[in-house]
Design a protein around this ligand. Structure first.
Ligand SMILES: NC(=O)c1ccc[n+]([C@@H]2O[C@H](COP(=O)([O-])OP(=O)(O)OC[C@H]3O[C@@H](n4cnc5c(N)ncnc54)[C@H](OP(=O)(O)O)[C@@H]3O)[C@@H](O)[C@H]2O)c1
Length: 338
């Protein structure tokens, strides 16, 4: 921590495209300071700072990843490497005593998150999977409506996430699923995460079906998570449909819909709800930058010695369902979880 400013000192591990959102978020966060960026490609770290940072922002650059996690002044690492590299580098950073905010998905196997959990405990560091959407106040509002019993007992959740993949980004489909390629690891993890958020219980089974690219990566997947007693979460996500990023919760007395879960610049957060007794409303919330809120939350958790909102238990629970859904789609059968 920078003792004078009480800010957490961040390093970014990888010159990834998503830094377009996260780098400014770290710079703008009131309790964070961006002090270093590393990339294995010479010049890419400096280019990233110049491209996404404010004019003249000074941060050191490294042309290898080890140098950044060896930097004693870096307190926390933001890790946006390729999906199959997340677990390995999260572990390496933890072993150098760094707190880690790892992009989703934290790992491609449950056992890797268990290893991360053990290491994080041993090194007394905070580690969180980067589901930035969760830090947008619109979800707190949805939870508030649910807790007010507006729609009764939750019976069903539907989470739909899609966009038309641009040809330039098709390399995400060139990787196999076992190396983190495909729609499930990229956007399906959000759908499953948001569906789980509202059921707050361990599911009993999952069934899914996919359309695959030549590489074997899924392009479109749909499925159902069975939470027991007639409670189902339906998910669908695709790289070949128009943009949708919404969830809808149906209870015994009504329903609530969150219209734009991934907030892009210019999006207005909208929540609509209806009840069986004839009430309905569309609430427009003030815009908020969930990337900055995520960084501020994680920085606060470290600075105040508290666990972050998204626990490693949560990361494990999500990974478990993802792996089961992939298995279900591949084998054409329901996978029991308990
Ligand atoms: N939270 C969100 O809203 C959000 C949005 C998009 C993506 N993500 C997540 O963020 C992570 C990164 O996604 P991304 O799409 O930003 O990845 P990306 O641009 O493909 O970069 C991933 C890594 O690949 C390397 N790389 C980048 N460009 C390269 C190039 N031209 N040639 C060779 N290597 C290159 C970089 O490491 P080096 O710099 O070391 O080479 C980089 O860290 C993924 O895990 C994804 O799931 C999150």
């Amino acid at each position: 921590m920078n003792q004078q400013t009480k800010k957490l000192r961040w390093g970014i591990l990888g010159a990834a495209r998503v830094n377009e959102r996260l780098l400014p978020a770290i710079v703008e966060a009131h309790n964070a300071e961006l002090i270093a960026v590393a990339s294995r490609r010479p010049g890419a770290a400096a280019e990233t700072i110049a491209k996404y940072g404010p004019a003249g922002h000074a941060a050191r650059t490294y042309d290898n990843l080890e140098a950044l996690i060896d930097d004693n002044e870096v307190d926390a690492v933001y890790l946006p490497l390729a999906n199959h590299e997340h677990a390995e580098w999260t572990l390496r950073a933890i072993e150098r005593g760094k707190h880690v905010l790892c992009e989703k998905p934290m790992a491609l196997a449950l056992s890797d998150i268990e290893t991360i959990e053990t290491a994080a405990r041993r090194h007394k560091v905070n580690v969180m999977e980067g589901f930035m959407y969760r830090f947008h106040p619109q979800h707190a509002r949805v939870l508030e409506l649910l807790h007010s019993d507006l729609i009764g007992e939750i019976r069903s959740v539907r989470a739909s996430y899609s966009f038309m993949m641009r040809p330039a980004r098709m390399y995400r489909l060139a990787e196999t699923i076992s190396r983190g390629g495909g729609a499930m690891w990229d956007i399906g993890c959000y759908a499953i995460h948001s569906a789980r958020l509202f059921f707050c219980q361990t599911p009993g089974a999952v069934t899914a079906m996919s359309r695959y690219a030549e590489s074997g990566a899924d392009i479109s997947t749909s499925g159902i998570i069975d939470f027991g007693a007639g409670k189902y979460a339906h998910f669908d996500f695709s790289f070949e449909r128009a943009r949708r990023c919404e969830y809808e919760i149906t209870g015994t007395k009504g329903g609530i819909k969150c219209h734009t879960v991934w907030q892009l610049p210019g999006d207005v957060p909208i929540i609509s709800w209806w009840t069986e007794d004839g009430r309905q409303s569309e609430e427009r919330l003030p815009p908020a930058n969930h990337f900055r809120l995520e960084i501020e939350h994680f920085s606060d958790s470290v600075l105040q010695g508290k666990p972050p909102l998204l626990s490693l238990e949560d990361a494990k629970a999500n990974c478990r369902i993802i792996v089961a859904a992939l298995q279900s789609a591949a084998q054409g059968q329901t996978i029991r979880l308990i």
